[in-house]
Design a protein around this ligand. Structure first.
Ligand code: ATP
Ligand code: MN
Length: 467
């Protein structure tokens, strides 16, 4: 046995392995079956792909009795062996062990991943071990492939990847409750005029975790043309839903010289390319989700890649919903924000596919969205998908100085806090647009996983910071 052989990942062995060649494989035991003929089948998985590799270990191994026959789920091993065609069902090749070394034992009485199937709720309580299951391994690989596809999409189109700050001094992003960042002692915070004196805090001013990189992305779009952010964002909203996290990853392209139509075109092209990439790059994992999680994920993605996205105005959407023979929990009226039940109804019952809803009433959207000539609606767009509802929220931004100033005042905000944002409309203003996509919602849609807590490695939700 050659000790200096390098480890080969199982994905690589299965894809390019040559029969009769020698390989070193390292991974974690999933199962062991012993045969009467004095040999054992050991299924080993190393996370590089869904499939494990079947190891044939026989009594010729020096440690067969003492170690191989004691192998249990969860043990980590190194196997040096020769790749052979497998006569058995279920796999094409197997590795005939010439040596098997146990690197780490896992006490079967204590190791929590013994049973074949565990509930997702239980697995959330062992977030340090759940990536060793088929489902969470597949999620991790799909998440990685999607992140790569997102960068590829923008880089191919000449977008600049922009790193916007996570700690922000502006509480003006207007997208929900923020987490405070402070080094003050909560019990002994300095006060001035009956309020906490943030001038004595770390930054000399109140600081928060960002809810969006959009405002900063606008700065760079109005210099670089096309930019995008892809980073963590934080919302302290106390919404315990299957679609909300306190910490999630957002993708935010921002484009100068681009109106709402261009924004919609980019969002649709973006989604289609990501879906196509996942189907090509993660075929095995997607088959797994389609078989065990939701039997509609692959057909749905395939359909979306070739289908036009239906564009409706908010007003048209409201008309449809008012006529619908459906008992909604929340009432529908022009001027009210749509709930996810409404969004899903439009996608699932009316259009049977994704919907791009545009031109929302200005009252329910952020101050920075460009006002339409009707004076009542703004150039907003939400991309809605079946089963999830909103996956993208975006708009054309107000680029007229006076209009924006008036909107800021109307919203009860202080224009002085927005001096730099207003400056962008004073010096070389240009039409510009962008959107924010929740990365985890996109992964939910792609994998069919019902709960957003299962598509991020370590979910942060109200009351939960276990890992
Ligand atoms: P929702 O109404 O669903 O809470 P939102 O209108 O607050 O969403 P935006 O502020 O437009 O969302 O944020 C852009 C995108 O970020 C959303 O379309 C969604 O995909 C995602 N997103 C927003 N809030 C969360 C959250 N708490 N957890 C995960 N993703 C989120
Ligand atoms: Mn929200």
């Amino acid at each position: 046995m050659k000790q200096d052989l390098k480890r080969t990942r199982i994905a690589e062995v299965l894809r390019t392995g040559r029969i009769g060649s020698r390989y070193v494989v390292m991974g974690w035991v999933r199962t062991r079956r012993d045969s009467k003929g004095g040999f054992s089948f050991v299924e080993v998985n190393d996370g590089s792909c869904l499939s494990g590799l079947q190891i044939i270990a026989d009594k010729g191994l020096a440690n067969y009795e003492s170690e191989v026959l004691r192998l249990q789920t969860g043990c980590s091993i190194r196997v040096d062996g020769i790749l052979a065609e497998s006569p058995g069902k279920g796999q094409k090749v197997e590795l005939k062990a010439e040596a098997l070394k146990v690197m780490g034992w896992a006490d079967p009485d204590a190791y929590p991943l013994q049973k074949k199937r565990h509930s997702f709720e239980f697995l959330r309580t062992i977030a340090h071990l759940r990536p060793r299951t088929n489902t969470f391994g597949a999620v991790a690989r799909v998440r990685n492939a999607m992140a790569r596809a997102i960068h590829a999409f923008f880089q191919e189109r000449g977008f600049i990847y922009l790193h916007t700050p996570i700690i922000t001094g502006s509480d003006c992003e207007g997208a929900g409750e923020m987490f405070k960042v402070t080094t003050l002692e909560l019990n002994y915070a300095p006060e001035k005029d009956g309020a906490i004196d943030f001038s004595r805090d770390f930054f000399g001013a109140p600081a928060n975790l960002t809810v969006s990189g959009q405002l900063e992305a606008e700065i760079y779009a109005l210099a670089m043309g096309d930019v995008y952010t892809f980073g963590p964002t934080f919302r302290a909203e106390n919404s315990n839903t299957s679609r909300h996290l306190a910490e999630f990853w957002m993708v935010e392209p921002e484009m100068a010289f681009c109106d709402l139509d261009g924004n919609i075109d980019l969002a649709v092209a973006f989604l289609k390319q990501i879906f196509a990439s996942v189907l090509t790059d993660c075929g095995e994992d997607m088959q797994f989700f389609n078989r065990f999680i939701d039997s509609s994920v692959i057909p749905t993605l395939e359909q979306l890649i070739s289908k036009d996205f239906q564009v409706l105005t908010y007003t048209e959407g409201i008309d449809i919903l008012k006529k619908a023979k459906e008992n909604f929990e929340f009432p529908v009226d022009w001027g009210a924000d749509l709930q996810s039940e409404h969004e899903r109804y439009l996608c699932e019952k009316v259009v049977n596919g994704p919907v791009v809803l545009i031109d929302y009433p200005k009252e329910i959207k952020a101050f920075y969205m460009k006002i339409n000539p009707d004076g009542r609606t703004v150039r907003a767009m939400d991309v809605l998908v079946p089963k999830i509802g909103e996956i993208i929220g975006g708009s054309q931004r107000e680029d007229d100085y006076e209009t924006l100033l008036a909107k800021i005042r109307e919203a009860g905000l202080n224009p002085e806090d927005y001096w730099w944002y207003l400056d962008l409309r004073k010096y070389g203003s240009a039409p510009h647009s962008g959107f924010g996509l929740g990365f985890e919602r996109l992964i939910q849609f792609v994998t069919g996983l019902a709960n957003i807590r299962d598509v991020i490695p370590f979910p942060r939700t109200p009351g939960n910071l276990a890992f």
